[in-house]
Write a protein that binds this ligand. Structure first.
Ligand code: CTP
Length: 433
């Protein structure tokens, strides 16, 4: 169905690339309304935007007052895409400031919002921008990019706006794929919008969950306190959002979600075999399982007895393979690798540093850091996580029920897949405008 898409453009040099975003959306058959900021018009002209969007372009809050334009554009939108989103616009969105037509449009809308940040690396990495991005993500805004590359001056680094095709693919995925989701026509449709968006339709996700057990003898094992709740919540969230999910379940204390194929394993070596078997057909691998780093050097066939020769017992352990690091270090066909880091570090900054180091050491694309302790992380229904992205920056922070944390992690997976995946199904004319 034809969507009503608002493209907000803010004032950065990347505004010229916004023309490509508008053009791709028009070519895909959507009704596109461009809302530039005053500053954006210093970089790209209104006639260009009107010609490409095939709609009038408004900037001024005090134009069209009789038709209540400052809220009408937002109310009518099915999707809002802001590209480029400058640091200033991101700050205003996070604070809910409505001192221009774009700010009013966003506030007056219930449509999903997708932003494509563009700025210098220092601005992107500034704690103010990072906090604003985290706020927007926690409200459900999808953040596409920024990419790492050449910036306006001689410098390069994270901050370059994603390419228009990637932005459009991500935006259309948010509303149900490049084919475009039906627009809501009224209150009857309201209930259906509560259902999760099928933004992982056609994506194959492999999730490991639980904790491995390494046998010592027929009755004893070395294990850990992972219940598998967070991993199964991720499998369930991915399934609810349309993915084909394969769950590799290591000694789960909870039942596996419906609709997933399940393989049960117990030891780290069994888990490794199961992951290897599933990897070739996986678009995403989420390694939520707590894997034993060591196993007993030998497993006794009979129950180990107290032998009366002393007070202690010394066990010899050997290293288990690091499954995620092995896969991260070898070609893995573009599978998005999501690792976890269970850390007891109490200091927030040092916790993040451990997470960053672990992401790099494991070759993971995304790393979910969660603090564990005697009372934290394991077997509870709540969790608090920070997700570190491919550029080592924090892409989201989530806390609350493990199910809602799971959806937050899946949001990041969706954004990450969208920036990697080319736009595949544009409808309409193939002729350049
Ligand atoms: N992992 C793995 N194979 C292992 C150990 C861990 O694949 N032998 C994966 C986990 O599933 C998780 C990530 O690596 O996604 C980090 O696990 P974690 O236990 O936090 O870290 P370790 O690698 O075990 O490092 P350390 O215990 O030294 O912190």
């Amino acid at each position: 169905m034809r969507l009503n898409v608002v493209v907000g453009i803010s004032g950065g040099i990347a505004a010229y690339k916004a023309v490509g975003v508008v053009r791709a959306l028009v070519l895909a058959g959507h009704d596109v309304h461009v809302v530039p900021t005053e500053a954006a018009l210093r970089f790209v002209g209104r006639p260009t935007l009107e010609a490409i969007s095939r709609n009038p372009v408004h900037v001024d809050l005090y134009e069209g007052v009789a038709e209540v334009r400052h809220v009408a554009i937002g109310q009518a939108a099915d999707l809002i895409v802001i590209a480029p989103a400058t640091a200033n616009t991101i700050a205003k969105l996070a604070a809910g400031i409505a001192d221009d037509l774009l700010g009013n449009t966003v506030l007056a809308s219930r449509a999903p919002v997708v932003i494509a940040p563009a700025m210098h690396t220092e601005m992107w990495e500034h704690p103010a921008t990072r906090a604003n991005i985290a706020t927007l993500r926690s409200r459900g805004v999808t953040v596409v990019g920024p990419a790492i590359g050449q910036l306006t001056g001689a410098d390069s680094g994270p901050g370059r706006m994603e390419e228009p095709e990637a932005i459009v693919a991500a935006a259309l995925a948010v509303v149900g794929g490049a084919e475009a989701a039906p627009a809501s026509d009224g209150p009857e449709d309201a209930a259906s919008t509560d259902a999760p968006v099928a933004d992982l339709a056609g994506v194959r996700v492999v999730v490991t969950a639980g904790g491995t057990r390494e046998p010592l003898d027929p009755v004893r094992f070395l294990g850990n306190r992972s219940s598998g709740k967070q991993g199964t919540a991720i499998a369930e969230a991915a399934r609810a959002r349309g993915a084909e999910v394969h769950l590799i379940a290591a000694n789960l204390e909870v039942s596996s979600p419906d609709g997933c194929s399940v393989r049960t394993v117990s030891t780290a070596l069994e888990l490794r075999d199961a992951v290897r078997d599933a990897l070739a057909s996986a678009d995403v691998l989420v390694m939520a399982a707590a894997v034993a780093d060591y196993r007993p050097a030998s497993v006794s066939e009979a129950k180990i007895k107290k032998d009366g020769s002393g007070d202690g017992l010394t066990l010899e352990l050997v290293r288990n393979p690091d499954i995620l690091a092995e896969i991260g270090a070898e070609p893995h066909g573009g599978t998005l690798l999501v690792g976890f880091a269970a850390e007891t570090e109490p200091d927030d900054d040092r916790l993040l540093e451990l997470g960053r180091a672990k992401r790099r050491a494991k070759g993971a694309d995304l790393l979910v850091v969660n603090r564990v302790g005697w009372r934290e992380g394991f077997a509870t229904d709540e969790n608090a996580v920070v997700v570190i992205g491919p550029d080592d920056l924090v892409v989201t922070e989530r806390h609350g029920a493990k199910t809602s944390v799971a959806h937050g992690i899946i949001d990041v997976v969706v954004s990450e897949l969208a920036v990697r995946r080319p736009v595949s199904t544009h409808r309409g004319s193939a002729h350049p405008i």
